[in-house]
Write a protein that binds this ligand. Structure first.
Ligand SMILES: [Zn+2]
Length: 99
């Protein structure tokens, strides 16, 4: 997660970068995670700074709190679906826990 700037110059630079990402996002298709919520937050890759799309506040903060990590997000979905501790039958009588 990005640390918020503190000095006046850094705050201005941060705001300008945010505005630039928002302008970039206007040309991007909306790729919301939840289709019913209004997508008003510009989501960007913290590694590259590139805009990925526009999301609602909860989805944008949620994927950020999961570290923008697709594997972690998939494990969270599996957990919510009750599959995280479900053993996988790999051979007759041999089970494996999902990684
Ligand atoms: Zn959402």
């Amino acid at each position: 997660m990005t640390d918020l700037p503190r000095c006046r110059e850094c705050v201005a630079e941060y705001g300008a970068a945010h505005d630039r990402r928002r302008r970039e996002a206007l040309g991007k298709p909306v790729r919301g995670i939840c289709p019913s919520a209004s997508a008003i937050h510009v989501d960007h890759c913290h590694a590259t700074g590139k805009v990925r799309g526009v999301l609602c506040f909860n989805c944008n903060s949620g994927i950020g709190k999961l570290g923008d990590d697709p594997d972690r997000t998939r494990r969270a979905a599996a957990y919510l679906e009750g599959n995280s501790w479900k053993p996988i039958l790999v051979a007759p009588g041999v089970y494996q826990l999902p990684s």
